[in-house]
Design a protein around this ligand. Sequence first.
Ligand code: ADP
Length: 479
Amino acid sequence: MTEVLNQLFIGGAWVDAADGATMPVDDPATGEVLCHVADAGPKDARLAEEAAVQAQAEWARTAPRARSEILRRAHELILERTDELAHLMTSEMGKPLAEARGEVAYAAEFFRWFSEEAVRIDGGYGTLPDGRNRMLLSRRPVGPCLLITPWNFPLAMGTRKIGPAIAAGCTMILKPAPQTPLSSLALAGILKEAGLPDGVLNIVTTSRAGEVCEPLLRGGRIRKLSFTGSTGVGRILLAQCADTVVRTSMELGGNAPFIVFDDADLDVAVDGAMVAKMRNMGEACTAANRFFVHRSVAEEFGRRLAERMGALVVGPGTREGVDVGPLIDRTGRGKVEELVADAVERGARVLVGGRTPEGPGCFYPPTVLTDVSPESRLMDTEIFGPVAAILTFDDEDEVLRRANDTPWGLVGYVFTQGLDRGLRVSEGLEVGMVGLNTGLVSNPAAPFGGVKQSGLGREGGRVGIDEFLEYQYVAVPVR
Ligand code: ADP
């Protein structure tokens, strides 16, 4: 592997934190320290803000084609370095190498998609209804942005925000999660190599998220926050944005229902469940959190799912043949253990898994629980681990009501062979996205996002760039 980047990236230069602070990055497979990276404080945040503000005007004037080509080159560089980036990601985050390679491709695709969108930012020209005025409409970058990303998709959550910001002509400060700073720093190196001008992207890695981000959001110079993380932190940030009326895009938590009707193809449903539950070891906001299975097929579905889950190989993500890596850290694993213990106390049966292995690393086995009580804590808590909790239902109205009985609304999964029922239930779910007979919805070309307390705005798709653009309307009288 080439040299691991471990400094802050400010104004196009690699620099240490002003006070020289560093923080450790751990390997979740061993619990050992991988390396140290710069630990930014408020002073570094001010320098990054200054760099982003200074670079904004010229970057906004840069030709869309030039912005597009930087993204296109970066897309290619990411793909060329798939193995290197995948190893880096697995070492800091834990996911198996095959999944890490998949994420590299997914992450790169955001850059290709937004390189294509950068040159299609449109405007308008027309006569207003009164016939006495013309309307000229143009679209402009919203301005310097703060991007805050989580640890579960260390590369793709970055490109999903950086891609549209570059395409729109915004400068930015990226604050990655403290658990996974290395992938973001590698991405900055690639963008610099692809020709991104100094100051357009600045990266502050920090263990002091609040101290670094709050002054930026309250300072009046950052015009946009794009955040992916928990609903709790999202609420705090929305409050901070209120005072200076900072525009926001919020991708928050989920509590996805996974509904299997009695007319579903069970092979398809079990395949879908494996993806919706086990992608990223269940550490995804799109992960199926509550399995509602029709009473008449619940036993068979549970049996088949337990068989598949039990056959998965758990181990370090770098080892050949491993399907399930470690969870991100001891805190994450502790939460999964508590949720399972609570469900079991309330009467759930463990079909497979459910026991924390001895030894180093944050491993947790794929687990299937049936007869889960609706009172269990995991019904309204994101599990963020490889645990499938199965409940039964009797009819369509009932399951819709129960599926919607949550403050979240990111994604839902519906399995049925009936077209009418599939569409009716999809329309009835209070969610931003539905997988109808599929366990995977994420795609750079589709608008990703939720309703209710799962967030505001959409990322990806044709609308992804809109989050980083403002309209300006010019009125011109007809004379
Ligand atoms: P998780 O529980 O999955 O780690 P968080 O919402 O805590 O999710 O973290 C998502 C991102 O938000 C991370 O980059 C984290 O450092 C950041 N974050 C956490 N607290 C704050 C805060 N008070 N201000 C700004 N960013 C924060």
